[in-house]
Ligand binder design. Structure first.
Ligand code: F6R
Length: 609
């Protein structure tokens, strides 16, 4: 979703802003713009389309400025266009604003402004009201005007403001949309996310909800909603800029697929103590707390939801606690059975997904204990949780989630073991056995990466198909859902996934000569049944690509292609079987000429409901 960046310092702000926006491109956008104070006043330049379009248009102008704000927009209110792109200016042109989020009461604010002033609205956006509202309150003190405006705004927002009359000050505000500050030598930054500033500094301040920040080139001051100064510890970013670069890969998505053995290693090994137990720094759930918990809800969106489906199977089988999984956009409206005996687990790569965040707050309001599995450190979901499991996958830039997914799944296995130990479902020996199995997964994922060429070949055979189906049984159904989502979002091919046993209840009607079916058959106890399901679709003319564990070679006589994953515990197979599926989606998308890292209409961080 929208990305914001701001700079004040001694360098020329223009390349800093454009470079920062480039690092936020992964969030998804349809237009880009900057506002810079060039000495004479605030100049805004904004264009529909790629950031390069903005860069090409401003290059001949040779703009020079030491303060400015930049924005990549993902349209919500109003179509993607030059005029709807940010920054938006106040009527006089003195104040420019960038905004990520939604102003829910913008219609009322618009009416208020039309009533009180002769303001002229140029765009269809909710954001434009912010610029006019700040101007309405401006009497020479920008901070004061921002406070008065924010007080009247409802919704979610991270905002950056610059003003003609105050070329030494950048003001930013945060409420439910991500905002960080980067600290430099005689320069300071704001941004939606760390990669935007990582070429300049690793010292970061995480801004909290309802805080307002004033940046000059030498100083950063954070105020709370009552305008009291707030002290904040500096957060040192441990990963370097290279982690957010492609490092020789053609796409971030491919790089991130390849990083999975390492990210799984980091998620697991950094938490194993010398005596072979787990140490979770930010999780306080112990025997006593667990006594009070009788059910678990896992709530998430998209790929994170699929990780939750696997989490349910892991927790129920290892810890014996009943789990309900729901998509966050449905959860709050379904009258869920949440009380103080509920453990609510939110799963989110970005930690900013609004549906997930609102569900978490809803469950918290009903007394649930909140545990989150999150990748982005200091994100909203993490901050609103009682317990946090950081997945430590490193920055995930490709819009399609790959390494975040497998680390979320790993997190669930580890949590299941932790819960199992504390409610006596798992013996010490049982724990050790699981731990050994988990340790082996790093090497096994390395092994599965070798399916790349085979998957490229299979993708080349089928990339021009109109429909591709996925099916499986047991935990393979969950991976079928994930594989189908990955294919849809990257390739734009129509696809859905089904529990293979459900075929005969309707879907088999779709099978005809040449239909492509990807059959996940990794579960030993369901293997024979899957073979029967494969026969059923083959009999109707389908072309079947099967995914099976090594050794189960009988499937070669039934399926057209077989992709093998190393033999492992059935419950852990998703960590392996998903990787050929990620490759498949990637190569099909590439062959269709799609933008793999930034699929159409999608955003990395979905901060609207
Ligand atoms: C799919 C994908 C999305 C996200 C979903 C939740 O590849 O990336 O489905 O999984 O939007 O995002 P997070 O995990 O940031 O809450």
């Amino acid at each position: 979703m929208c990305g914001i960046v701001g700079y004040i310092g001694t360098k020329n702000a223009v390349p800093v802003l454009v470079d920062g926006l480039a690092k936020l491109e992964y969030r998804g956008y349809d237009s880009a713009g900057i506002a810079v104070h060039t000495g004479g006043g605030v100049e805004v330049h904004k264009y529909k389309g790629r950031l390069q379009n903005l860069a090409d248009n401003i290059a001949p102008l040779e703009l020079k400025a030491h303060i400015g704000i930049g924005h990549t927009r993902w349209a919500t209110h109003g179509e993607p266009s030059d005029v709807n792109a940010h920054p938006h200016m106040s009527n006089s042109g003195d104040i420019a604003v960038i905004h990520n989020g939604i102003i829910e009461n913008y219609v009322q604010i618009k009416e208020f402004l039309c009533d009180k002033t002769d303001v002229c609205f140029k765009s269809d956006t909710d954001t434009e009201v912010i610029a006019h509202l700040i101007e309405y309150f401006y009497e020479g003190d920008l901070l004061d005007a921002v406070y008065k405006a924010v007080y009247r705004m409802e919704g979610a927002y991270a905002i950056g403001v610059v003003c003609k009359n105050d070329p030494e000050t950048l003001v930013a505000v945060r409420k439910d949309s991500p905002l960080i500050v980067g600290l430099g030598e005689q320069e300071n930054f704001i941004a939606s996310d760390i990669p935007a500033i990582l070429n300049h500094t690793r010292e970061v301040l995480l801004i909290e909800n309802d805080e307002v920040v004033v940046l000059t080139k030498d100083e950063v001051t954070i105020y709370d909603s009552l305008r009291q100064k707030v002290e904040r510890d500096v957060f040192m970013v441990t990963w370097d800029a290279a982690a957010a670069e492609k490092e020789g890969y053609e796409h971030f998505t491919m790089k991130e697929i390849h990083e999975q053995p390492q990210s799984l290693h980091d998620t697991l090994h950094r938490r194993i103590t010398a005596d072979g137990n787990f140490h979770f720094e930010q999780i306080d759930i112990d025997r006593n707390i667990l006594k009070n918990i009788n059910k678990i809800y896992i709530v998430a969106c998209g790929t994170a939801y699929h990780a939750g489906l696997i989490g349910k199977r892991a927790i129920e089988s290892i810890a014996g606690i009943p789990v309900t999984v729901d998509v966050a956009s449905e959860f709050r409206y379904a009258d869920p059975f949440i009380d103080e005996h509920t453990l609510f687990i939110a799963v989110s790569q970005s930690g900013e997904t609004l549906d997930t965040l609102q569900s978490l707050r809803y469950a918290k309001g009903l007394g649930a204990r909140i545990l989150s599995i999150v990748n982005v450190v200091g994100s909203s979901v993490a901050r609103d949780s009682d317990d946090v499991f950081y997945t430590w996958a490193g920055p995930e830039i490709g819009v399609a989630s790959t390494k975040a997914f497998t680390t979320q799944v790993m997190a669930f296995y580890m949590l299941a073991m932790h819960l199992g130990m504390h409610n006596d479902r798992l013996t010490d020996e049982g724990f050790d056995e699981w731990l050994e199995k988990l340790k082996r997964m790093e090497a096994y994922t390395e092994e599965v990466l070798k399916t790349k060429e085979q998957m490229q070949h299979i993708a080349a055979e089928h990339f021009n198909k109109e429909n591709i189906f996925f099916m499986g049984r047991g935990i393979d159904v969950d991976i079928s859902f994930e594989a189908s989502l990955k294919l849809k979002e990257l390739s734009y091919i129509n696809s859905f996934a089904i529990a293979a046993g459900e075929l005969k209840h309707g879907t088999i009607a779709l099978m005809e000569q040449g239909t492509v079916v990807i059959a996940l058959a990794t579960q030993d106890h369901l293997y024979e049944k899957m073979v029967s399901n494969i026969r059923e679709v083959k009999a109707r003319g389908a072309y079947v690509v099967a995914i099976a564990q090594e050794g189960n070679t009988a499937i070669e006589g039934v399926a057209d292609d077989v992709v093998y994953i190393p033999k492992c515990d059935n419950l852990l197979a998703p960590l392996l079987s998903v990787i050929p599926m990620q490759y498949f989606a990637y190569f099909v998308a590439l062959l269709r000429g799609n933008d793999v890292d930034k699929p159409r209409n999608l955003a990395k961080s979905v901060t609207v409901e």
